[in-house]
Design a protein around this ligand. Structure first.
Ligand SMILES: [Mg+2]
Length: 260
């Protein structure tokens, strides 16, 4: 590590990460899988790839509470998602066709999936210097498997998944569970995530400072209070953002002293 690689500042005892689109590149993997699926599915070509991609993401978020509450099975939610996606494109497909599309999508997704660029290096850099946790809304087995696949499981000290704890972000309770497992106070932790609503507002409602992973450079709703990073590279810059802010950094300058 050269002098320019050294981040100034002190790290909190617990560093929490979101998983999907923070460590694991769900968005761009999903986009790539949908792009391939569209070649074979005329109905999905009635809208642009970007429209289909955004709607797919929206449907995924929209149905999660029902899966979590057991109102719908995971398999059913998958076929239903494609049935509604086809409907969004102006087509009608049967439940069976929805299942088929879902199966083919998942196969492509598994082949194409990858971590967010810089995420493995960042976890390696921070490992052993703070308790590293992941707080995520999803299925336990799925999230475990992603970490194992990318060789990241040993770099993560605790994995808090909504399915496992029965509560989902942005509920502050899921963050409290993570803090308890990390044995850290809220003010001695930081959360990094891509979702303003789930990660930033969720963490702050539990008293945890949040750093926004604003990968697609959206407008920051609260730029004076929430630091943001646009990329996980270089990792030294992300480490600086995660470290405790020096008092008065950026916003307040010390008034000139009148003592003489
Ligand atoms: Mg996310």
């Amino acid at each position: 590590m050269g002098p320019s690689d050294r981040a100034s500042g002190v790290l909190p005892s617990a560093i929490l990460f979101d998983m999907d689109d923070t460590i694991f590149d769900h968005s761009l993997t999903s986009r790539a899988a949908l792009r391939e699926l569209r070649f074979a599915e005329p109905v999905l070509r009635r809208r642009t790839l970007t429209e289909v991609w955004h709607e797919y993401g929206r449907l995924l978020e929209a149905v999660h509470p029902d899966v979590l509450a057991g109102r719908i099975t995971v398999d059913r939610s998958r076929s239903e998602r494609f049935r509604r996606l086809a409907e969004f494109c102006g087509g009608q497909i049967s439940e069976r066709e929805g299942e088929d599309l879902s199966r083919r999508y998942r196969a492509r997704y598994r082949t194409l999936r990858r971590p967010v660029p810089g995420a493995p290096e960042l976890l390696r850099r921070l490992h052993g210097r703070a308790v590293i946790g992941i707080v995520t809304n999803n299925q336990v087995a799925e999230q475990e498997e992603k970490l194992v696949t990318f060789g990241l499981r040993d770099l993560v000290d605790l994995l808090v998944v909504s399915e496992g704890v029965g509560v989902a972000k942005p509920d502050p309770e899921i963050f409290r569970i993570a803090l308890e497992r990390a044995n850290a106070a809220p003010e001695d932790a930081v959360m990094l995530g891509d979702s303003w609503a789930l990660d930033v507002l969720g963490a702050r409602s539990a008293g945890i400072r949040a750093v926004w992973f604003n990968r697609f450079r959206l407008p920051n709703p609260d730029p004076h209070n929430v630091r943001e990073v646009h990329s996980l590279r270089p990792t030294v810059s992300v480490e600086r953002a995660l470290a405790f802010p020096r008092s008065g950094l950026r916003t307040v300058r010390k008034a000139p002293s009148h003592r003489s």
